[in-house]
Design a protein around this ligand. Structure first.
Ligand code: NAD
Ligand code: DAU
Length: 337
């Protein structure tokens, strides 16, 4: 099988590639990634020498580059590449529209021209916007994004659905809740909080900290994506969630407990503008139609994640200081092979 992955050097994409190649070592897998600030080739060190694996540095907004990198009739395209951080989209949305909207259209066009098999589009539960309790966001519900990031992901979904309807391509959309685990860039809540706590630095809590997110371990999400890629119904959307809703304060309290740090490290700061209060995906369809279950209990996954960041202080330091580009140059000489 030939698999074309975009954004595979990021947090979720790299977990997907490590897991895919562990399970299908004879597959050919091409990782097409621009290598933005969020990418990290260290995440892929374990697959660097795998016979079927190759990396191409390129931008999903560049049709010629994607066309050149994608083989004819590849079996599966998994489109992770995106600008992914809500706070950055609030500071400046332009790159989010470019990468997430234009980039998705380019991927759809090239996949069709190259006669690719299945197109798996990775979206987010944020497209549903704020979900007041006790409601859960279902696959057919209206899309009401709040942030520029979520709006760009919503636009991308519409383009995928338009291609399904107009050109009858085999595409599937997945919407996942908040992932956590190793190799996550330390601008997102969990890696930022863990690394700050380890350094006895304050942890910013936006507003009252009572916003609810549904946490899922990144390995459970990637197992779900494998399942959808193999068994999902063409033209469908699937919700992938942790069934694990927690307030931010609750999660931060658990981290303080694991690390034995004082609550005084939690520092209230101005709230995120337009901050969604609650996300809650209904993932019944994944469970009932595809028989999906989660493997990683939250307490256990959180403990292991904390341990990973403790053991990878150098990775965190490089990420925080923006030294990745130098690291690539030292480690690999060239960024592609
Ligand atoms: P990430 O920011 O860690 O990684 C994004 C990757 O995409 C990086 O390797 C980056 O270099 C690459 N990229 C960005 N712009 C590109 C471009 N123009 N061309 C080629 N590559 C480009 O993101 P993540 O957290 O791993 O998220 C991956 C996907 O999953 C995104 O589509 C995101 O919207 C979605 N998602 C993330 C979460 C989460 O909790 N992290 C939850 C639901 C959905
Ligand atoms: O729900 C899925 C989404 O989860 C993905 O689509 C996004 O790519 C991913 O970034 C994530 O978005 P969030 O905005 O939920 O994640 P973030 O880690 O930025 O924030 C989680 C919660 O913690 C949110 O309520 C904001 C809050 N927060 C965040 C940071 C970075 C803080 O209180 N302090 C912080 O320093």
């Amino acid at each position: 099988m030939t698999v074309f992955v975009t954004g595979g050097a990021g947090f979720i994409g790299s977990q997907f590639i490590r897991d895919w190649l562990a399970q299908h070592p004879s597959d050919r897998l091409i990782n097409f990634d621009k290598l933005t600030y969020a990418a990290n080739l260290e995440n892929l060190a374990s697959v660097e020498g795998a016979p079927g694996y190759s990396l191409v540095q390129g931008d999903v907004c560049d049709p010629e580059a994607v066309h050149a990198a994608m083989p004819d009739a590849c079996d599966l395209v998994v489109h992770f590449a995106a600008e992914s951080h809500v706070d950055r989209s609030i500071l400046s949305a332009t790159e989010f529209v470019r990468a997430n909207v234009l980039g998705t259209q380019v991927m759809l066009d090239v996949a069709r021209a190259r006669k690719a098999g299945r197109f798996l589009h990775i979206s987010t539960d944020e497209v549903g916007g704020d979900i007041p309790a006790p409601r859960a966001f279902k696959e057919g519900d209206p899309l009401e994004p709040s942030s520029p990031y979520a709006a760009s992901k919503t636009a991308a979904e519409h383009l995928v659905n338009a291609a399904v309807r107009t050109f009858a391509i085999d595409a599937i959309i997945t919407r996942t809740s908040n992932n956590y685990g190793p190799y996550q860039f330390p601008e997102k809540l969990l890696p930022l909080a863990i690394s700050n706590m380890l350094a006895n630095r304050p942890v910013p809590v936006y507003g009252d900290g009572l916003q609810v997110r549904d946490w899922i371990h990144v390995a459970d999400n990637c197992a779900a994506l494998h399942l959808v890629a193999r068994k999902g119904k063409a033209g469908s959307t699937y919700h992938i969630g942790g069934r694990n809703p927690r307030t931010n304060r609750e999660v931060l309290g658990m981290l303080l407990g694991i690390l034995g740090k004082p609550e005084s490290l939690l520092t209230t700061v101005t709230d995120r503008p337009g901050h969604d209060r609650r996300y809650a995906v209904d993932c019944t369809r994944m469970e009932e139609e595809l028989g999906w279950t989660r493997e990683v209990p939250f307490e256990d996954g959180l403990r292991r994640t904390v341990q990973w960041y403790q053991d990878h202080a150098d990775w965190v330091a490089r990420a925080k200081s923006g030294e990745y580009r130098d690291y690539y140059a030292r480690q690999y000489g060239t960024q592609t092979r």
